[in-house]
Write a protein that binds this ligand. Structure first.
Ligand code: EPU
Length: 418
């Protein structure tokens, strides 16, 4: 087990380049299966979830290795089309290998994916989309057996703009003869990054970033070198962390437009934000204000992955902040732990009302999932005294060396392994 020991109250100051995006790198690694040849992903973050994806690729018979921040995958020698349960259970994103393996091999076998416990996370939209593209899919308990003699382009209408279902449909559509049109597609920037990759390997994709995406499949993809986009969730987490400490930081490689919903909230809290190209500078006041009403939703609404860190910030914002979590049924796992630090929070189902207190107090807390861990780190940085956060392994799934990044900004964070 790994824990962080954080001595709170130090202002974060300085400039950082934010890591590559976890939620973009994982589908891009799956997409590398479409190519018989070499794919190099630059800016690929060093995360345990990325390691899990590389293990899946290696199991399938691909060559996959990391050299610095670049990951090279060569799927020419792919010989398996099943993923064992122990690899599927490591993360939610293992499910995007379904569309990619089907596209490449015409069959796939796997169990249901793992991932953070955020309430029910069915994959019915993924399955329906792949069936509409011509796949036969049998569900036997926890196992999925998929075959597709001939995938063919089709009109798909997603019941909800699911990120994972959109990605799976795009990956399978790459191998479909003809045009696939996905309506009510997810519009997240990570979808745009995946479309950019597919275009770069020779699969024409139009409309990514809008609710209608068109993929013209059937051509033979070729190798490419492609940069993973900057992680907007990590960027937002560092902004929240700096803000609770009354600090001043600059992100040197951010995309401010993608962070709009968060930066609007930070402005309401009293922070000053300055944009200069991809440089985003935050200057926090001594005392934060409430953040107003935050309702999570599909992009461009407020991102659910940034609800926990902002909620941690709201704990010391003067006044009352209201959160409405619409994306996942159990995404308030951090609240009980924040209460141990002195937070004043009332919850009612998907609503949370946070009454700001002047200061949180260090305590022994336990990280229940990835973004909840980020919330606890955020709270600890602004708290009086020492906080011990156990189960930091969750944090390592999505944040590359967060302790080192925070230390470079002046925080007192110590990692302890048991
Ligand atoms: N849903 C269904 N059926 C489906 C698919 C989704 O009911 O077949 C529901 C989900 O249960 C959920 C909602 O639709 O209530 C949204 O799910 P979505 O499919 O959009 O999410 P995801 O693909 O499972 C990705 C990110 C999440 C992020 C969400 C929403 C990755 C690997 N994961 O999950 O990131 O919260 O989109 O933006 O890209 C994280 O990084 O901590 C994380 C959980």
């Amino acid at each position: 087990m790994t824990e962080f020991l954080i001595n709170g109250g130090r202002k974060l100051r300085g400039a950082i380049a934010v890591q590559g995006s976890k939620n973009s790198a994982l589908p891009l690694l799956a997409a590398a299966l479409l190519v018989c040849g070499e794919v190099v992903l630059d800016n690929c973050p060093a995360l345990s979830d990325v390691d899990a994806a590389l293990e899946i690729l290696t199991y399938l018979g691909c060559r996959a290795h990391r050299c610095g921040s670049a990951v090279t995958v060569d799927a020419t020698g792919m010989h398996a089309c099943d993923i064992p349960a122990h690899l599927m259970k490591r993360m939610r994103s293992s499910v995007v290998f379904l569309g990619a393996i089907l596209a490449r091999a015409g069959r796939a076998e796997m169990t249901m994916p793992g991932g953070c416990m955020l309430g029910p996370r069915p994959i019915d939209y993924h399955i329906d989309a792949l069936r509409a593209l011509g796949a036969d899919i049998d569900l036997c308990g926890d196992r999925l057996l998929c075959r597709a003699c001939r995938l063919r382009g089709a009109e798909l209408l997603l019941p909800f703009p699911s990120v994972g279902a959109t990605e799976n449909a795009m990956l399978a559509a790459a191998a479909c003869r003809g045009l696939t049109r996905i309506r009510n597609a997810a519009r997240e920037p990570e979808i745009v990054d995946l479309a950019g990759f597919l275009n770069a390997i020779g699969i024409p994709v139009r409309g990514a970033g809008t609710p209608v995406i068109e993929i013209t499949g059937g051509s033979r993809p070729h190798g490419v070198r492609y940069p993973v986009m900057t992680d907007r969730i990590a960027a937002g987490t560092y902004l929240c962390a700096a803000a609770v400490t009354g600090g001043e930081i600059e992100l040197t490689n951010a995309n401010p437009l993608e962070l709009r919903a968060l930066t609007d909230a930070l402005l309401r809290a009293g922070c000053t934000l300055t944009v200069n190209g991809s440089r985003l500078r935050l200057h926090a006041p001594r005392n934060l204000r409430a953040v107003g009403i935050i309702e999570t939703g599909p992009y461009p609404a407020y991102p659910t992955d940034l609800q926990p860190p902002l909620l941690a910030l709201a704990c010391t914002g003067k006044g009352t902040s209201i959160f409405l979590e619409t994306m996942f049924a159990s995404r308030y796992n951090h609240i009980e732990e924040l209460r141990r630090m002195g937070a004043d929070i009332l919850t009612d189902g998907r609503f949370a009302a946070i009454h700001g207190v002047p200061r949180l107090t260090g305590a022994a807390v336990s990280a229940p999932d990835l973004r909840a861990a980020a919330a606890l780190v955020t709270a600890a940085l602004g708290a009086n005294g020492e906080t011990t956060i156990s189960h930091i392994d969750y944090l390592d799934r999505g944040y590359a060396r967060m302790d080192e990044v925070l230390s470079s900004l002046g925080a007192e964070v110590c990692r302890r392994e048991f």
